[in-house]
Design a protein around this ligand. Structure first.
Ligand code: PMP
Length: 395
């Protein structure tokens, strides 16, 4: 069966270039980077090189890059580490957005349980945070602001520089989760005024289980992992050396190829969306029309149950993901789809397609053909009617 993977926001394969760079660090160069002997020094030199590559990719200094196990850990650390450092100050207010990844939202909820006041900024129907709303909520108690660079469900890219500068003007710490943005959005932390930034290996054709947190040298933060003296005493635990090498290489390639990849992905993405819109009625495209990740397509199908659509596509070898999470038998719309005020009916029919660089027009034609057949079938069984699902552009 022809298998087509369209879930690249969930994870990506490790590219050959990255794999080849990593391989020696599993076998020949296996020293502990903290050891002072030559084996350790070799491993440590590899970490230095990886740190340099990551720093170059985002315009930071190498000694501002800290390796972690994942973007989840980086996000937890950014929020918890700063909160703990300033625990005895009066600053007990944190601002984030309603469309953040759970690793931000759940950490904020935890901090709420510890007495912090959290503001969850709303977004408009395209998924953009409003600068006016941000300004309105910044106050003397605000400790930090965390707003993601690009959204993992609808692909919307925030006005990051404007957000960072608004926050900086008020002397508040600014963190961004750039997990989905690296390789798609040009980011220079110094020019933009970003104090902390999260990234992850496996979203950019690097390995799983490795992430990084950029922390500007003037930012005060406590560790959340205690133990050894690794990562300038701020993140205990032996660094995953092959992972770090892979993350460094993946960042280097993502930035090297950003223009060519984005152009190709955008062309294919638009071809995909146009083809769906031409062939299938009652479909809505979510996210900002232009300010959107080049590989990202969030589609809401009226009168369709997304879980069923995803499973029937899977039977045809096509992997997509569902834009709402299913809990206790009822499908609860995701925080992102709720925040852009998608109706519950449409949210329940939303799938996320994130295309790879290697996709061809033939792949897209094949997928849209299958989509058309499956959507027709599901609609013939749906209790929903055209009049109950609102207005569509492509009817
Ligand atoms: N932030 C965003 C925006 C993400 O998309 C993801 C992964 N879905 C994460 C954080 C968590 O990444 P990791 O798997 O590296 O923990």
């Amino acid at each position: 069966m022809n298998r087509i993977y369209l879930d690249n926001a969930a994870t990506t394969f490790v590219s050959n270039e990255v794999l080849n760079e990593m391989l020696p660090y599993f076998t020949n160069i296996y020293g502990n980077p903290s050891s002072p002997h030559s084996f350790g020094r070799e491993a440590n030199a590899a970490l230095d090189t990886a740190r340099e590559k990551i720093a170059t990719a985002i315009g930071a200094k190498p000694n501002e890059i800290y390796f972690t196990s994942s973007a989840t850990e980086s996000n937890n650390w950014a929020l918890l580490g700063v909160a703990e450092y300033y625990q005895n100050s009066d600053k007990k207010h944190i601002i984030t957005s309603q469309i953040e990844h759970p690793s931000i939202l759940e950490t904020c909820k935890y901090l709420e349980s510890k007495g912090y006041k959290i503001t969850y900024l709303p977004v408009d129907s395209d998924g953009l945070v409003s600068i006016a709303e941000l300004l309105h909520n910044l106050n003397n108690d605000t400790l930090m602001v965390s707003v993601m660079a690009a959204n993992n469900e609808i692909g919307t890219i925030q006005n990051l520089k404007a957000i960072a500068q608004t926050v900086k003007e008020r002397g508040v710490i600014f963190h961004t989760d750039a997990t989905q943005a690296i390789g798609a959005v040009n980011i220079n932390v110094k020019e933009m005024g970003i104090d902390m930034l999260t990234l992850s290996g496996h979203k950019i054709n690097g390995p799983k289980g490795i992430g990084a947190l950029y922390i500007a040298n003037n930012i005060n933060i406590n560790p959340i992992l205690h133990g050894g003296h690794q990562e300038r005493e701020l993140r205990a635990g032996t660094v995953n050396v092959p992972g770090a090498v892979g993350l460094g290489k993946a960042c280097e390639i993502a930035c090297r190829d950003i223009i060519i990849n984005s152009q190709k992905l955008r062309r294919m993405r638009d071809y995909f969306v146009d083809k769906v819109m031409e062939n299938i009625p009652y479909v809505k495209l979510n996210g900002h029309k232009f300010q959107r990740l080049p590989n990202s397509i969030s589609l809401s199908f009226g009168m369709v149950e997304a879980e069923a659509l995803m499973m029937m596509l899977d039977l045809e070898g096509i992997a997509v993901s569902v834009g709402s999470s299913c809990s206790t038998g009822s499908v609860e719309p995701s925080n992102v789809l709720k925040a852009i005020k998608l109706s519950p009916e449409l949210a329940a029919g939303t799938i996320r397609i994130t295309i790879p660089k290697s996709i061809t027009k033939e792949d897209i034609d094949y997928v849209v053909e299958k989509l058309e057949v499956i959507v027709k079938k599901l609609r013939s069984m749906s209790p929903l009617t055209k009049s109950s699902i609102g207005e569509f552009d492509n009817v």
